[in-house]
Design a binder for this molecule. Structure first.
Ligand SMILES: [Zn+2]
Length: 251
């Protein structure tokens, strides 16, 4: 088995750890090969659990206190307390809060947002006391999940946008292109496609986060089949990578 490969997040303050996973380094096979972290995409639950535990071990957070969501393409952002809450990483694969963003100020609680084309976003507050994770596809972007996440974070320190489907691979119908252009500006549309990463950046800037504080970390999930799962490319039969962020506990 290959080692877990991550897209690193540059510029995190001391005590804040963040990264985006790739598909490399897990136990799942077939369409889910190999580091699938999603529990609702048809993979063997034992493999998902093993992958999540291996990730926790590899990057150094407590799998029992990591929070995931039942992502529903809405704009709800939930606050996660010191015990994780919303369902834990290891003990329960289902029954998590139905939402698309999380914030926490609890050291040791890792936030994990999943995707397979949608935009994963992580961020930290200026004083590094709060961290945020958001999952934003076109529905979530239009619903305002990015702005909700930015508001919940408070005064921003930095934001990282992980790999998502690029405009190279994301043609959509004309109505959606028009709606995205109205909402996020003409740069959110490229020919027959929309640019989710640009739309997410525009939403963050509109929410008061200076553009220089926003870093793009990853590439196109659809173009890079060796590195990423892609819902569009794989016709819905695929795994999930994740954005993760947490505040380290004092030692
Ligand atoms: Zn592409």
């Amino acid at each position: 088995m290959s080692a877990i490969a991550l897209d690193e997040v540059p510029g995190c303050p001391p005590r804040v750890r963040a990264a985006f996973t790739t598909r490399t380094g897990g136990e799942s096979s077939g369409h889910h090969a190999s580091l699938n972290l999603g529990s609702t995409c048809g993979d063997d639950p034992a493999h998902v659990r093993a992958n999540r535990l291996a990730l926790a071990d590899a990057v150094g957070f407590d799998g029992d206190r990591a929070a995931t969501l039942t992502q529903v393409h809405g704009a709800t952002v939930v606050a996660v307390g010191p015990l994780g809450g919303g369902g834990t990483f290891v003990g329960s694969l289902d029954g998590h809060a139905a939402a698309d963003g999380m914030v926490t100020s609890a050291p040791g609680v890792a936030l994990l947002v999943q995707g397979a084309d949608c935009v994963p976003i992580v961020g930290w507050s200026a004083d590094a006391s709060t961290v945020m994770g958001v999952h934003a596809g076109w529905r979530g972007l239009m619903a305002g999940v990015v702005e909700a996440g930015a508001a919940a974070l408070g005064t921003p320190g930095g934001i990282a946008i992980g790999a998502c489907i690029g405009p190279c691979c994301y043609p959509v119908d004309g109505d959606l292109r028009e709606a995205m252009a109205i909402r996020f500006g003409n740069r959110a549309v490229c020919g027959q496609s929309v640019d989710l990463r640009w739309a997410a950046r525009a939403a963050l800037v509109a929410a008061g986060i200076p553009s220089p504080r926003i870093v793009d970390v990853g590439g196109c999930t659809s173009c890079d089949a060796d590195r990423y799962f892609s819902h569009r490319r794989d016709a819905g039969v695929t795994g999930r990578q994740a954005g993760l962020i947490w505040i380290e506990e004092e030692r």
